[in-house]
Design a protein around this ligand. Structure first.
Ligand code: DHE
Length: 545
């Protein structure tokens, strides 16, 4: 059975696929009954495992609709089987994570009306906001000896923490408590502050100038979130941050150095198909370097918002129609164009942020998943941006230079044969001659534990395949040690790759020399619990990828 798991939740082609197949009308003539305790537990499991793909209101996104009108047609037995065993459509099995009783409860729960979590407006945010160290009590200069440019903020997914690792010595300099199943970190324009977002909406501000970098403010921006960024345009450095939430569907603009919430904007509205959607979640957000603007990608509507933060009282927003469902993306090398995956449409949308217009909508192989993508100059086609795919075994190269390489611009110029489907992240660096791609969601252990490396000047040749788990020399465990998220050091000479095992299994970060592709270091520590994303301060600050 081919299964592509994503995020502990399922990559929704799952129950949805079965639903679309239209199985026999359900055994449940009326809503299944759950005790309060059973319902509370099921609600929690749904949030932790399912909502990411299927939506809080279960209207479907990357995963299809799980509304009772659909699920009751399948009936209890079939739902239990799907949840336990997964499907060929892409849903993972949950029989290794959930007990039989929990699976039965989940099957019942999704046949009942969805729970609607409370809204979370400015008043709630202000009540949750904690200013732990006010700006005037913070250091006036860097108080530690870290080479801040080369610090890595590492997501410790299942412990809800971020490890700050000194890239020069490979030592953990601090571990800070963040939100539940913490997702990404971004940097302020100055490189002083790290902003981290937890899946529970807890936003954490870390001051790297303190003797021991620590949390100086937190804000609960909602109950479900994935994205955060800062104001990077000249004159607005470190002034604002923006947090996008899945629930409630909205974004909040905050003060950059305190996280004090200033303005909340709903993203509820009409999809590119002209239909109202009650839960259009904020997916990726990037910050322009050429204008006082954020690019806010709204998943369910397929609308890309250019939010002008120069006057937040009179907020001006350009709404650009693209395709559903928007997920992750990054800048081209000129930082004028932003490329984002509309993953369920198998397309990449390109926004020209200088003109404030859609530049192109490009068809690709199944489920593009770029992370932020990778930029380099192709020997034949000029500047290109690369994306991998969850649903296909290729890395797609798209031309990004409409001025000097017009014939290649916004076209798929090459598809590199990858080691398998299930890629999440690709990466290169301006000084590197290599393109690195992972495949952590591939069902085959060997593939999921490996990365592929192409030489940029020999892209027609098969990539070198490196088994990262074997290199690390960790003890054998049942859980796959997914090799995930290549990230470069600030000088572009090293590639860091996480080995993401089970919560109680040993994990590690493996550091390779980019030029020789040989092992340089293995960072192991019992405190490194499920490391996934790694954000090098300088590369994240400057959007180098
Ligand atoms: Fe992510 C980025 C959403 C599962 C690791 N992830 C993003 C972004 C979004 C997103 C919207 C872009 C943020 C931005 O740029 O502003 N991710 C989701 C989900 O909805 C999903 C599918 C399911 C869920 O329930 O969360 C999901 N993501 C995962 C994982 O399971 C991963 C692999 C491991 C983990 O740590 O949870 C994971 N996502 C990441 C990483 C990035 C990311 C490392 C940042 C990539 C980068 O280089 O910028």
């Amino acid at each position: 059975m081919r299964k592509i798991a994503f995020g502990g939740s399922v990559l929704g082609l799952t129950l949805g696929a079965a639903l679309a197949a239209g199985t026999a009308p359900g055994a449940w003539a009326q809503e299944p009954q759950l005790s309060k305790e059973e319902r509370d537990r099921a609600k929690q499991v749904y949030f932790e495992r399912c909502a990411g793909c299927h939506g809080v209101l279960r209207k479907g996104a990357t995963g299809k609709s799980l509304e009772p009108v659909n699920t009751t047609k399948l009936g209890q037995d079939r739902l239990e089987k799907i949840i336990a065993l997964g499907t060929d459509g892409g849903m993972v099995n949950f029989d290794d994570i959930l007990s039989k009783q929990e699976i039965a409860s989940m099957a019942k729960y999704i046949q009942t009306a969805p729970d609607v979590p409370p809204e979370h407006g400015l008043k709630d945010m202000l009540a949750s906001w904690k200013l732990i160290v006010p700006p005037d009590q913070r250091p006036k200069q860097q108080m530690n000896k870290l080479n801040l440019k080369n610090v890595f903020a590492v997501t410790l997914r299942d412990s809800g923490e971020v490890a700050l690792i000194d890239g020069d010595t490979k030592q953990i300099s601090s571990i800070v408590k963040t939100g539940y199943a913490v997702h990404i970190s971004r940097l302020s324009e100055s490189g002083r502050y790290v902003y981290t977002i937890g899946r529970d909406g807890l936003t954490t501000l870390i001051d790297l100038w303190m003797e021991k970098p620590a949390v100086v403010a937190t804000l609960k921006a909602g109950s479900d979130a994935r994205s955060v960024d800062t104001s990077k345009f000249k004159g607005f450095e470190d002034k604002y941050a923006i947090v996008g939430t899945y629930w409630p569907p909205q974004y909040v603009i905050t003060e950059g150095d305190t996280l004090k919430p200033l303005k909340v904007v709903s993203t509820r509205g009409v999809t590119v198909d002209g239909e109202y959607h009650p839960e259009p979640r904020v997916a990726s957000i990037v910050s322009s370097h050429i204008k006082p603007e954020w690019v806010v990608n709204v998943k369910e509507t397929g609308q890309i918002l250019l939010v002008d933060y120069s006057d937040i009282k009179n907020l001006k927003t350009t709404t650009i129609e693209s395709a559903k469902f928007l997920h992750d993306g990054g800048w081209d090398s000129s930082k004028r164009y932003f490329l984002v995956a509309a993953n369920a449409s198998h397309k990449i949308a390109v926004v020209d942020t200088k003109e404030g217009k859609l530049a192109a909508l490009i068809d690709t192989k199944k489920i593009p998943h770029p992370g932020r993508g990778a930029n380099f100059t192709h020997p034949k086609f000029g500047p290109v941006w690369a994306t991998g795919h969850l649903g296909a075994d290729v890395v797609t190269l798209i031309g990004t230079d409409p001025e000097k390489n017009k014939a290649s611009a916004w076209k798929v110029v090459q598809e590199l044969k990858h080691i398998g489907a299930g890629n999440l992240f690709v990466k290169t660096h301006p000084v590197s001659k290599n393109l690195w791609a992972d495949a952590p969601q591939n069902p085959e252990k060997d593939i999921a534990e490996s990365v592929a490396v192409w030489s940029l000047d020999a892209l027609d040749k098969a990539p070198e395949v490196i088994n990262i788990a074997k290199l690390a020399g960790l003890p054998e465990t049942k859980a796959i040690k997914r090799a995930v998220h290549p990230e470069f050091s600030a000088d572009g000479t090293e590639v860091w790759i996480s080995l993401w095992g089970g919560k109680v299994d040993p994990s590690a970060i493996v550091v390779l020399d980019d030029k020789t592709r040989k092992l340089k270091a293995v960072i192991k520590d019992p405190k490194l619990v499920t490391p996934t994303g790694k954000f090098n301060v300088y590369n994240t600050q400057k959007d180098i990828y």
